[in-house]
Design a protein around this ligand. Structure first.
Ligand code: PLP
Length: 452
């Protein structure tokens, strides 16, 4: 293994050969991809076998909140592996119990139970199952422009093109429009109007779908891969109110935004709202060992005191994953991670991206919170025509590919999706590296300005 930045071209060729020979990759036409062989990483940087290093501004799918190779997480996994590598979920285990307790301690009052899963999709899958069992209803409402995972129900909930090829999916899902102030589906002209019209639209959807048939509404607290859509003031509180009025379970999908991404344990805590079920994964242990779960409100948990919950997974609450989760809590508390994210977001990233948006003709909008941001690239700031069309691929996507290539050439690994560049570095990134990364993005955007 390469643990420092040195070129090793024969290792590069060997990794490429095995990968292209035998690894079947996600979401891709296999003959058209060229995955980067990664040799190692540390903190907010990773490097390849050819001697190039990259600032990781995507945190490996917004997952690696504590960065690459965090020594505390690595040590916790090693210690646990030496003690008890695995144990079935129907037995009790110290790190599993400790992690569940610590999650409940940072959740709102009235959440005392955690069901562990292997990742985010199956967390959503099981949250929906709980809501259906609890309400005796079947239908679930989910937003267009959302991603909830790639298992049967989770992909059915998903409101983006990843669902299309997987249809017909779980038929008991209906989609609605969430708020998107920059491209308002409700033709609203202010955040207040966006909230009011968005809630009116959701209520109409509930009424027309039949309130008595709806088990749950699932919402990414801040929509992630579909655009870093921060809900306007009052929207989530209004969703809570509608759920209460119609007896519907409110599931907050916190898979991408939970555990510090916006400077809160759970993102909904910044919006003064309390859901009924909270799903999480990724940041809970920075994905060092797969882990996700559902935090369950007492009201719903009590339903399963005497009625068996019909679900389980062999790896539920895997000790190696939970040990990394406990270590995550220790690092967050010791190093003041939540405070640092809030500070870096308001002092460094927000002002710089807004300044970039003012200066670059191709940047139509900059939005976000904490270390979770997106800029939206356009051909015309006035009409807001996207730089590349929705669901662009091939030649259509070339202008965005040029921006991504310019970032990589300058040593930054970007997260681009359709006409957006997302900014989501590890929460432990040095301030100097953060500023250097924003400088790289600033320069790379000239490749987009050419298309204005
Ligand atoms: N929910 C959200 C909001 C996500 O962003 C993701 C993954 O990116 C998922 C669910 C699915 O998580 P996983 O890939 O761990 O199944």
């Amino acid at each position: 293994m390469t643990d420092t930045l040195t070129a090793d071209l024969s290792a590069d060729a060997a990794v490429r050969a095995d990968d292209r020979g035998h690894v079947f990759h996600s979401w891709s036409a296999q003959a058209l991809i060229d995955p980067l062989p990664v040799a190692g990483g540390a903190g907010s940087t990773f490097w390849d076998y050819a001697g190039n290093s990259y600032l990781d501004f995507a945190s490996q799918l917004v997952n690696l909140n504590l960065g690459h190779q965090h020594p505390d997480l690595v040590a916790a996994i090693q210690r646990q592996a030496g003690r008890l590598a695995t144990i079935q979920p129907s037995m009790a285990n110290d790190v599993r119990g400790e992690l569940a307790r610590r999650i409940c301690e940072v959740a709102p009052d009235g959440f005392e139970k955690v069901f562990f899963t292997n990742g985010g999709a199956d967390a959503n899958e099981n949250a929906v199952r709980m809501a259906r069992q609890f309400t005796g209803r079947r239908k679930v409402l989910a937003m267009y422009r959302s991603y909830h995972g790639n298992t049967a129900t989770a992909i059915a909930l998903t409101g983006d093109p990843r669902r299309w090829a997987n249809e017909p999916a779980d038929g008991s899902v209906a989609h609605f429009f969430g708020p998107y102030p920059y491209r308002s589906p409700f033709h609203a002209v202010s955040p207040e109007e966006e909230t009011a019209r968005g809630l009116e639209h959701l209520e109409q959807t509930i009424v027309l779908e039949g309130a008595s048939t709806i088990a749950a509404v699932i919402i990414e607290t801040i929509v992630g891969t579909n655009g870093v859509l921060v809900p306007p003031p009052g929207y989530l509180a209004g969703v809570r109110e509608l759920c209460d009025r119609y007896g519907i379970v409110y599931i907050a999908d916190e898979v991408m935004v939970g555990f510090g991404r916006i400077g809160e344990w759970f993102a909904f805590q910044a919006f003064d709202v309390v859901p009924d079920l909270i799903t999480f994964a990724k940041g809970v242990n920075s994905g060092y060992v797969p882990l996700g779960g559902v935090v369950i409100s007492d009201r719903i948990a009590a339903h399963f005191d005497t009625v068996p919950f019909p679900g389980g997974l062999t790896y539920s609450g895997h000790p190696l994953a939970c040990a990394a989760g406990v270590a995550t809590f220790e690092v967050f508390e010791r190093d003041g991670i939540l405070e640092r994210v809030r500070d870096l977001g308001t002092r460094v990233v927000g002002p710089r991206l807004r300044e970039i948006a003012r200066r670059h003709p191709s940047v139509g909008d900059a939005r976000g919170i904490g270390l979770f941001w997106a800029i939206e690239l356009v051909r015309d700031k006035h009409t807001r025509e996207p730089l590349v069309p929705f669901n662009a691929s091939g030649a259509d996507a070339a202008p965005m590919a040029a921006v991504a290539a310019a970032c990589k050439k300058a040593g930054l690994w970007p997260f681009t999706h359709f006409n957006r560049l997302h900014i989501a570095p590890p929460l432990v990134i040095d301030e100097d590296d953060l500023v250097r990364g924003l400088d790289i993005i600033d320069n790379a955007l000239h490749a987009a300005d050419e298309h204005v």
